[in-house]
Design a protein around this ligand. Sequence first.
Ligand SMILES: Nc1nc2c(c(=O)[nH]1)N[C@H]1C(S)=C(S)[C@@H](COP(=O)(O)O)O[C@H]1N2
Ligand SMILES: [Mo]
Length: 212
Amino acid sequence: MLKSVFGRREQEEQVRQEGRLPPGQSLTQKFPVLHYGPVPRFSPATWDFRILGEVEEEKRWNWEEFNQLPRTKVVMDIHCVTRWSKFDTEWEGVTVRALIDAGIIKLKPTARYVVEHAEYGYTTNLPLSVVLQDNFIMATHFNGEPLEPDHGYPLRGVVGHIVGKNDLIDPYFWKGAKWLRGLEFLAEDRPGFWERAGYHNEADIWKEERFG
Ligand SMILES: Nc1nc2c(c(=O)[nH]1)N[C@H]1C(S)=C(S)[C@@H](COP(=O)(O)O)O[C@H]1N2
Ligand SMILES: [Mo]
C-alpha cells in the first residue's frame, strides 16, 4: 500500500508543493468517520430517493431504479472542517448534471439552491451552481467498493476538490450528506444541520470558511 512506502509527512509535503493542501489542513492516510447520531440500517425494500421542490416533476426512485441512472466517476481531494484532508479519493455514482443533461430531471427556472436530505433528518445546503459542478456527486462507491456503512452506505453526497479545476468552488466535506435520501431544489437558501449550528454557509476550503 502507498502508505507503507511513503510516510504521512512526506505525502503532505508533496501535496503542499502541488498547491493541493488548503490552509489549516493536514493530510491523513486514514478515512476518519464523523457524523452526528447513529448509523442507519439500509433496507432495500423500503429505501427510496426523492427529487423535490422547484422541478417540473417530482421523482421517487427505489434502490433498483436509482441504480439504473447514468453513472459517473470522479477523483477528488476531500477536506473536513476538523482539519483532516484525504487525497486522490475515487467516487462513483450519479451527478445532478448528468440527470439534467439526460432529461431525467427538469429544473424550474426558480431553482437556485439545493438541500440534501439524509436519514434521521440530517440536511446540508449548497447553491445549485455548486451542485452542478463536476466536484459534486451522489456516490454509491468509494475507491471501487460500495460505501461502508459508517461512510454513508448505500448513498452519500460528496463534494471536494478536483486537481486542476481551480475555477470551481470547493466546499468542506460536511456539505456531502451521508445516507442521502433526496435532493430538494429551492428558490431561497435554507441552512442545513451544521450550518444552523454555526458552521459557515458557503464553506470554501481555500478561504477557510469554517464557522459563520
Ligand atoms: N447524514 C450525515 N451526513 C454527514 C454528517 C452527519 O452528521 N450526518 N456529517 C458530515 C461531516 S461534518 C463530515 S466531516 C462528513 C464525514 O464523512 P466521513 O465520516 O465519511 O468521513 O460527513 C458529513 N455528512
Ligand atoms: Mo465535519
